[in-house]
Design a binder for this molecule. Structure first.
Ligand code: SAM
Length: 243
C-alpha cells in the first residue's frame, strides 16, 4: 500500500536485514537514502532495483512537499547509511510532514546501535536517556553533561574513536559511575569493555580505538540516605527496647 516506510538496515552484519525490510526495499517506487552509494551496495546485495534519491533533513521544504504529495499514491521507503532512520540520522522532518498531511506511515524496525549497546552493557535498562552525539566544543559538551547529571537513568551516547578518550574524561565529571564502551557491534572486531568512567577514560585516552562506538553510562550510584520516616521508626523501636 502507498505511504512512507521507515526501514531499518544493518549496522555491520548484512544478515541482520529482515526479510520484511528487503521486501519493502524491492517493492518501493522510490528509496530515500542518506548516501546513495552506501545504500546502493545494500540494494545490490538483495537484488533490489528500486530508484534511489538522496534525502536528508536539510533538503528544501519544497522537496519534502513533493515527496509528501507522492506518498498519497506511492510506497516510498526511507533508509539511512546504517541502523534505524531518524535516530541521529535524517527522517524526522519528513515523518512529521507526512503525519501532518495525514499520509500512512509504517515502520520496519530493526538494528539500532544505541539499543544494541544498551543490551550488551550489563547496566540497568529500565530507564535510559539517549543523548546522541555530544557537542564537539568543550564548553557545550560540559554543559550538556551537567544538564543530565542528576537524572536517575542509564545514558547512551554515540561517539567516534578519535574523540572517545576526551568524551569519557568529560563524562568522568558524573562521578564514580559505571560505564561500557561497545565497539563495532555485529562486525568482526565487536567488543564491549566495561569499567568505571575513570577506568574507561584512562584506557581510551592512551590509544584512540578504531571503528564505530557507543558509550553507555550507568545511573548515578544510590547514596544510602535514610528518610525522616525511617529515622523516626528506628528511634521509636530503640525507645521501646529501653522502656
Ligand atoms: N541510526 C543509526 C542507528 O540506528 O544506530 C545511528 C546513526 S549515527 C549517524 C552513527 C553512529 O552510531 C556511529 O558514530 C556510532 O556511534 C554508532 N554506531 C553505528 N553502528 C555501530 C556499530 N556497528 N557499533 C557501534 N556503534 C555503532
Amino acid at each position: 500500500p502507498p505511504g512512507l516506510y521507515i526501514v531499518a538496515t544493518p549496522i555491520g552484519n548484512l544478515g541482520d536485514l529482515s526479510p520484511r525490510a528487503a521486501e519493502t526495499l524491492r517493492q518501493a517506487s522510490l528509496i530515500l537514502a542518506e548516501d546513495t552509494r552506501v545504500t546502493g551496495k545494500l540494494l545490490k546485495h538483495i537484488g533490489a532495483k528500486s530508484p534511489m534519491r538522496r534525502y536528508d533533513d536539510h533538503s528544501r521544504d519544497s522537496d519534502r512537499d513533493r515527496i509528501v504529495d507522492r506518498l498519497a499514491s506511492e510506497a516510498i521507503a526511507i533508509v539511512s547509511d546504517a541502523g534505524t532512520p531518524l535516530i541521529s540520522d535524517p527522517g524526522y522532518k519528513l515523518v512529521r510532514a507526512a503525519r501532518q498531511a495525514g499520509r500512512d506511515i509504517w515502520t520496519i524496525p530493526g538494528p539500532c546501535a544505541a539499543i544494541a549497546a544498551l543490551t550488551l552493557a550489563g547496566l540497568p535498562t529500565d530507564r535510559f536517556l539517549f543523548l546522541g552525539f555530544l557537542p564537539a566544543k568543550a564548553k557545550a559538551r560540559t554543559d550538556a553533561i551537567r544538564e543530565v547529571a542528576e537524572i536517575r537513568a542509564s545514558l547512551i551516547l554515540y561517539e567516534s574513536g578519535p574523540r572517545l578518550g576526551e568524551t569519557l574524561l568529560a563524562l568522568s565529571e558524573l562521578g564514580s559511575r559505571e560505564g561500557a564502551v561497545a565497539r563495532e557491534i555485529t562486525k568482526l572486531h565487536e567488543e564491549c569493555v566495561t569499567g568505571t568512567l575513570a577506568e574507561l577514560a584512562e584506557r581510551y585516552s592512551k590509544q584512540a580505538p578504531k571503528g564505530e562506538i557507543v558509550i553507555v553510562v550507568g545511573p548515578p550510584l544510590e547514596v544510602e540516605t535514610a528518610s525522616d520516616a525511617t529515622v523516626d521508626r528506628l528511634l521509636e523501636q530503640a525507645l521501646e527496647r529501653l522502656s
